[in-house]
Each structure stands twice: as structure tokens, then as C-alpha cells.
Design a protein around this ligand. Structure first.
Ligand SMILES: [Zn+2]
Ligand SMILES: [Zn+2]
Length: 174
């Protein structure tokens, strides 16, 4: 859905959209969308601004990705809100010295008369996912000796903490 600034100049644009898996590309991020993505919100041009747009809303979606530690498929249900500000890209062209201070870190830019809701949602979803995608906080991972998933069965391989540390050191030297 294209959020047109021309339309926002007439009225606040409201959206209530559902995107089925496949409509937004996540595969390149090693993610699979497994539920419809539902997003509700609004987009408006801020009064007395140079075309600054505010997009607010909420979305729910569920994604899957292989666990970083054990490779089993992990589920990530997301239910999050967003409140974003975008300036027309022409503003930077006009004033190259534009300074973005810490408080304005959330400001993005748009060109071509508006924004694609799909792009906004994709970016928000990627930001909302944890840095470490694990099936559970205490996932024990895969045994480096025998390759078994330690969550499913304990193995007899002895990898003491001391050994692990030496292993890490050895890797560093290479
Ligand atoms: Zn895991
Ligand atoms: Zn083992």
C-alpha cells in the first residue's frame, strides 16, 4: 500500500492491512513469515512542516527462523507499535549540513511523493527481532563434539568450561 503525501495533505490516511506470507520478502534475512501480517495505523503530514510525515500504528505477525545455537526452527511472535517520522529526501539535498542529533535518530527519509507501507513494516519487523535468534534463552545448542542437539538428549562428551576457553583462545590465534 502506497502512503501518498498528496493524499495526506487532504486528510489523515488510515490503514488496516493484512499481508499474507510471501507478499513481503523475508527470505534474504533467513526468516519465514508464518502468519498473516496485520497492520493498523495512520499516516499524516505534520502541520507547518516541510512535508514531514508521521506514520503511527501497530502490527502483529509471527515469523520463524533457525535457532542460532541449535538450528531447530524457532518462532517469533511479534506484537508491536511504531511511531515514525520521515522527511522528504529533498530536504537533505537543499541543506547538506543537516544535523541529526540523538533525539532525532528515528527520522527517516522518503522520496517520490510518499512511502510504501510494506517497506516500513519490513524494517520495523527486522528491528523488533532479537539480535540473537534463539529457540529459548537457555537453549543448550549443539554439542561441538558429536553434533547432537543438547536440548533433546544429553551426550557423554565432556567439554568442560576450561576446555571451551582454550578452544576459544585457539580460534583467536588462527
Ligand atoms: Zn535452540
Ligand atoms: Zn556430544
Amino acid at each position: 500500500m502506497f502512503l501518498s503525501v498528496k493524499e495526506m495533505e487532504l486528510r489523515k490516511v488510515r490503514f488496516d492491512e493484512t499481508f499474507e506470507p510471501g507478499q513481503i520478502e523475508f527470505a534474504s534475512e533467513n526468516l519465514q513469515q508464518v502468519s498473516p501480517l496485520h497492520a493498523v495505523g495512520s499516516a499524516e503530514v505534520l502541520k507547518n512542516s516541510d512535508g514531514e510525515v508521521r506514520v503511527q500504528g501497530r502490527y502483529t505477525v509471527e515469523l520463524e527462523a533457525p535457532c542460532d545455537r541449535c538450528l531447530v526452527t524457532a518462532r517469533f511472535p511479534l506484537d508491536a507499535g511504531f511511531d515514525l517520522f520521515y522527511q522528504p529526501a529533498s530536504v537533505i539535498a537543499r541543506d547538506e549540513e543537516i544535523e541529526i542529533d540523538e533525539g532525532e535518530a528515528e527520522i527517516g527519509f522518503y522520496e517520490g511523493g510518499g512511502l510504501e507501507l510494506e517497506d516500513i513494516l519490513r524494517e520495523q519487523i527486522l528491528l523488533a527481532l532479537p539480535m540473537q535468534r534463539v529457540c529459548s534463552e537457555d537453549c543448550k545448542g549443539i554439542c561441538p563434539v558429536c553434533g547432537k542437539n543438547r536440548n533433546q538428549s544429553a551426550c557423554d562428551c565432556s567439554t568442560s568450561k576450561v576446555d571451551d576457553r582454550w578452544g576459544a583462545l585457539r580460534n583467536l590465534e588462527i
